[in-house]
Write a protein that binds this ligand. Structure first.
Ligand code: THU
Length: 521
């Protein structure tokens, strides 16, 4: 087992709170989608606590108000999976990437599937099309009463829904039919959820009962939940988390009726003694407001969450880590009621968490890597943990310098250099080398960073990290050239720290070590 850094992690998913379109949004019909920007246009949005933590510092979210002294670490993450639904989004943040979307059936389910379903249930099938849940019982309820055939329908989501009158099919029997369907619907027919939709009443007045039940498909691979549970820690699910993971890897589950109950339960759990993960999904944002294109409703719900957050933060204990994020977008002011392909925001706070911007990350799975590392659980996955960067300023500067290498203009040397300069104000300025066809006008990465910082008024400097290599690969340390050392000596004290990034970490030197006798007038 790894070293445990936190006793408890609270991972709260604000369902559908997207942070702007992903580069491939157009392929999903979502060009320009931006859930948070749509909310920012509502007068109902008031989120002082999220702003205090630094939500407005996330790249592209400056319209929410940037914060010079944030209390949390932030970033936004890209979805690698091919989808934009809750299941695939939660799986990816739990460490499992889905190259294929869950299948949808806009033309209904194939004959052979329904034949097998009828063979196992001994009942016929009605409808078999995408349909509204209330309309489908109004239109097919009578025929169902007469024939005993089951009403099977779907939606734009990956679902197989079975509606039946409680007098014709008792709910327990309906659940057994759902389990049969679940066993049939695998492989290319592996829908995200089979849903029991019991209803009651007389023709013309049918109503759905609360005995709806979801039977989800299991994630392909082991998720962080399995790993945390196997390490004998608690995995507490609040809201629909248990459904999304088909109950796997969960030690305790609290289903909820919506955000209010989810927040209340979470506030209760923060006072409870457990060790491990408390994984919460707040579904109203998506279900009640995103899909219904209710911008003000969505904004008001986020305002309520923010108010709750203000009361929740002081209850966190010394060894708690709080992570806030989302699972996909559902822009309430775009032209569809559907989910939207967006980045998700990430806000972290807790002991040792530095007020940093962790940039733009390549996969939601970075969350799984972070959560498991925080809890000291070994979990190999495709994500990279942000914990080191979140809690160690040198690790963060190192990562910033490496990221800055990507901007290098170095067609002549082929050598990319990135630098990240930490100022007295806490701001970090990055730089890259910028070469020129005439060679001598080339500027080094370190001086780019200094020039940017100086021209923004910074005059106090704490530390710089420098990373260099060919094609983005770091092979050895890249200490600054003599000219850069001389420039540093103009503005920095002798103890100014210079980190030369190596493949594993970094080597630290002071300026006086690297330039004992600078030139001065
Ligand atoms: N370079 C830097 O960016 N920083 C240094 O301290 C040393 C050199 C760049 C300049 C040039 O584009 C490339 O590395 C090869 O010399």
């Amino acid at each position: 087992m790894l070293m445990k850094r936190y006793k408890r992690v609270f991972l709260i998913v604000l369902d559908s709170l997207g942070a702007g379109e992903l580069p491939d949004a157009a392929q999903f019909g979502d060009r320009g989608a931006h859930t948070l920007r749509s909310l920012s246009r509502s007068e109902k949005l008031y989120i002082p606590n999220l702003r205090r933590l630094g939500i407005g510092n996330i790249e592209g979210l400056g319209f929410l108000g940037t914060n010079d002294a944030p209390e949390g670490a932030v970033c936004k993450l890209r979805e690698r999976s091919n989808g934009k639904d809750s299941t695939i989004g939660h799986w990816e943040m739990a460490g499992v990437i889905s190259p294929k979307p869950l299948p949808t059936f806009p033309e209904g389910f194939p004959k052979e599937i329904l034949e097998e379903f009828s063979r196992q249930t001994g009942r016929g099938v009605l409808c078999n099309r995408p349909y509204s849940g209330t309309q489908v019982i109004a239109d097919y309820g009578e025929e169902h009463l007469r024939t005993g055939s089951l009403i099977v329908y779907t939606s734009a989501d990956s679902v197989f829904q079975i509606a039946a009158h409680e007098d014709v099919v008792p709910p327990e029997t309906l659940y057994a039919y759902c389990r049969a369907a679940r066993r049939i619907l695998t492989g290319e027919y592996g829908v995200g959820r089979v849903i029991a939709r019991p209803f009651t009443g007389e023709p013309g007045h049918f109503t759905r009962t609360p005995r709806r039940h979801d039977f989800s498909i299991e994630a392909r691979d082991e998720t962080m939940l399995d790993a945390i549970r196997n390490a004998e820690l608690d995995v507490i699910a609040v809201g629909k988390i248990n459904d999304l993971f088909a109950g796997r890897g969960i030690t305790r589950s609290y289903p909820t009726s919506g955000n209010a109950e989810g927040m209340e339960l979470t506030a209760g759990l923060v006072n409870a003694d457990f060790e491990g993960l408390c994984y919460v999904n707040l579904v109203d944002f998506d279900m009640l407001y995103g899909h219904r294109q209710d911008v003000d409703g969505y904004a008001a719900a986020l305002t309520k969450f923010d108010k709750w957050l203000g009361r929740f933060l002081p209850k966190l204990r010394e060894d708690d880590l709080l992570l806030l994020t989302a699972d996909h977008g559902c822009d309430p002011s775009d032209n569809s009621t559907d989910h939207t392909r967006e980045y998700i925001p990430y806000i972290a706070c807790g002991r040792d968490v530095l007020p940093l911007n962790l940039g733009v990350r390549g996969t939601f799975a970075d969350i799984a890597a972070t959560v498991t590392e925080a809890l000291g659980v070994t979990f190999p996955c495709e994500g990279s943990s942000m914990l080191g960067e979140m809690t160690d300023v040198r690790a963060h500067l190192r990562a910033c310098a490496i990221r800055a290498m990507a901007q290098s203009h170095s067609p002549y040397s082929g050598f990319q250099v990135g630098a990240a300069l930490l100022c007295g104000s806490g701001r970090i300025f990055t730089g890259c080398n910028i070469e020129n066809a005439a060679y001598s006008p080339t500027i080094c990465a370190e001086r780019t960073a200094f020039v940017k910082a100086l021209s923004e008024g910074e005059r106090e400097f704490r530390m710089i990290a420098i990373a260099g290599g060919r094609e983005g690969a770091i092979e050895t340390a890249c200490p600054p050239c003599g000219v850069c050392r001389q420039v540093m000596s103009e503005f920095c004290p002798p103890e100014f720290e210079i980190l030369s990034v190596t493949p594993q970490g970094s080597e630290s030197h002071t300026l006086s070590e690297l330039l004992p006798l600078s030139f001065s007038l």
